[in-house]
Write a new protein. Structure first.
Length: 335
């Protein structure tokens, strides 16, 4: 029975990360962050709320960073958090922060798809003109793969979630029935947040694995070409435009590829997307987060990527500030 269950490909979608920006009300950051496990990165005015594990590992739950002046904000601040990882005490920390920020706007949303019981190390997206970065373990096994640049409007990440859990000493989090556990993460920023449903279906429709030998309608030449395309070794510049367009069309239409995983993932997404939208709407309503604007998103993404902190004058005799810095010192010294 268990063996039969392990053969079933399972899919689960979730909101994996939320990024917002806003204007910090006129109060010391230390007043907001004076409880819990906070680590202060003074070099770029970043504060990270963490969870400590018995094996010494830490997990960043909430990140808060103050940024340079912007024409729409007197005291701009950026907040990042994963709603799935926050427990009751963590949610109180988040609420304390969010209720201290005005004019909050959404800048980025990450959606994740957990796929179980199938090895995705050979899978690819039938996308062209997209950068691909691959990272492998010392043994040569695929560990993480990226499609798209970090600063692009959308980026896709695939990684071995089971291996990641094992590396962090959390093997017990891997389901007993899961022979494989991979995670696909879709990152949306700028103009793509509002169209994430369409983007997910469009991209997942091209997620496939090479299966030329299962298609009797393909010639040996076409099989060889598709194999080289799949290995990123085919030089489209050396063939005519008409032939290049034909090959790209075959890849986009999944000719010679197996799409079983993507078909099941899209089916699961169609069943779960209404719940995901309600969760996102609930988060935005609860914390009064407005929809994104392209101008603000681009500015804050650039500021965050360049780690532009600001010089903040604080009253070092302030009791709240002293308590907060004492907690920070304890957090750092105990690491």
């Amino acid at each position: 029975m268990e063996q039969e269950k392990a053969q079933i490909i399972k899919n689960h979608w979730s909101i994996d990360m939320v990024n917002v920006v806003g204007n910090l009300r006129r109060m010391p950051v230390a007043f907001i962050l004076n409880n819990g496990e906070w680590i202060c990165r003074r070099e770029n005015y970043m504060w990270q709320y963490i969870r400590k594990f018995e094996n010494g590992d830490t997990e960043v739950l909430i990140t808060v960073q103050r940024l340079k002046f912007h024409k729409h904000f007197d005291d701009p601040v950026w907040v990042q958090y994963n709603p799935n990882h926050l427990e009751n005490d963590d949610l109180k920390q988040l609420e304390r922060i969010m209720y201290s920020i005005d004019h909050t706007h959404l800048t980025r949303v990450d959606l994740a798809c957990d796929i179980y019981n199938v090895d995705l190390s050979l899978y690819d997206f039938g996308l062209f003109n997209v950068t691909r970065d691959i990272y492998r373990t010392l043994s040569g096994k695929l560990e993480t793969r990226y499609w798209g640049r970090r600063k692009s409007e959308r980026q896709i990440r695939l990684y071995d979630k089971a291996n990641e859990r094992k590396k962090h000493g959390k093997k017990d989090e891997i389901p007993d029935w899961a022979e494989e556990w991979w995670r696909l993460e879709f990152q949306f920023r700028q103009g793509k947040v509002d169209s994430w449903q369409e983007e997910i279906i469009e991209k997942m429709s091209s997620f496939h694995v090479l299966a030329v030998d299962d298609n009797d309608n393909l010639s040996e030449t076409e099989k060889a070409i598709l194999e080289r395309v799949n290995a990123d070794k085919y030089n489209f510049k050396k063939v005519g435009k008409e032939k290049a367009a034909k090959i790209r069309k075959m890849v986009r239409e999944n000719v010679g590829f197996d799409t079983t995983v993507s078909d099941l993932a899209i089916l699961a997404f169609n069943e779960q997307q209404e719940i995901l939208q309600k969760q996102l709407n609930s988060l935005m309503t609860k914390y009064n987060i407005k929809p994104q604007t392209e101008e603000l998103t681009r500015y804050f993404e650039d500021a965050i990527n360049s780690e532009q902190g600001i010089t903040v004058e604080v009253d070092t005799d302030d009791v709240v500030f002293k308590n907060a810095m004492r907690n920070v010192a304890k957090s750092i010294s105990s690491k």
